[in-house]
Design a protein around this ligand. Sequence first.
Ligand code: AMP
Ligand code: MG
Length: 318
Amino acid sequence: MMLISAAKAIELLQRGEVVAIPTETVYGLAADARNELAIAKIYATKQRPANNPLIVHIASMAQVADWASEFPPLAQTLAQAFWPGPLTLVLPARAEVSATVRAGEPTVALRVPAHPVALALLNESGLGLAAPSANKYTQLSPTTAEHVTSGLGQDVPVLEGGACQVGIESTIVSVHGDDWQLLRPGMIDAEMIAAVAGKLPTQPTADTPKAPGQHLLHYSPRTPCLLFESKSAMRHYAASKPAAAALLFGDEQPVTLTDVYLPNDPAHAAERLYAALHTLDAAQAEVILIESPPATPAWDALRDRLQRAAYQLHDQND
Ligand code: AMP
Ligand code: MG
């Protein structure tokens, strides 16, 4: 693993290189968002299609004006409430923001991350950093430095920052004028945003920005995954599949020989979700059986990620 110092990370980023950095959500593959060649290296390293835009990480709310042509009062209220933190705001972009970063959209996605290492890097480098998750396209997101290296190889320099505490990707909210919409669920859930916004999200219209790159197959282990609505349905299926592994919530009630349990509360479960899936993937099971979390707003983001992890096999079975 190529671990580097913060000083080295700044030097590399200022030279237009990519560096994997810790954030509170997942590790990001960072590059100078104003440098076209550096941005191209992100897409190449991740093997990410060019129609999938990048989130720009900034040091503070004061930098929004460098990237967005409008910062509506509602967006300011959300930023004040949730930044630094796992909320990305999609706002109208200034014309000079790289079309590669925006993937051709008229909007730019902005976030102030809460991880102290990421914040120090942003403050000291003076850069805005495009930083999608530091993994290959569609694969599992990394929540440790080891995950980054096992997914992207030894040549990608990594700034170590411990295990990510939120553990899944940011909530993405689009704000246009007085209206907001949820483009991707995350640990800041729709109810929390509605409470601060003082209003519910609006239905998408023709003018609503899309969140391109939200493919159904995403965040996926290499091992096929199957989602179950109950432990009993899982146990029934597992009886005929001796080489299965399982991801479960709550108390330990064995289902397969390779069970991994997540805590029964959403924040702690999210923190450990990707590490659990990385572990299960390494077990080389024939299939990973996944228990669906409850269908309540607090669990929406986990349900979303697990549905995407399980999409491929689900699709084939349809
Ligand atoms: P991540 O994979 O965590 O870096 O998040 C990138 C995702 O953010 C993309 O796949 C889009 O869904 C969303 N996104 C980024 N920029 C924009 C934008 N300008 N407009 C709408 N969605 C965006
Ligand atoms: Mg990603």
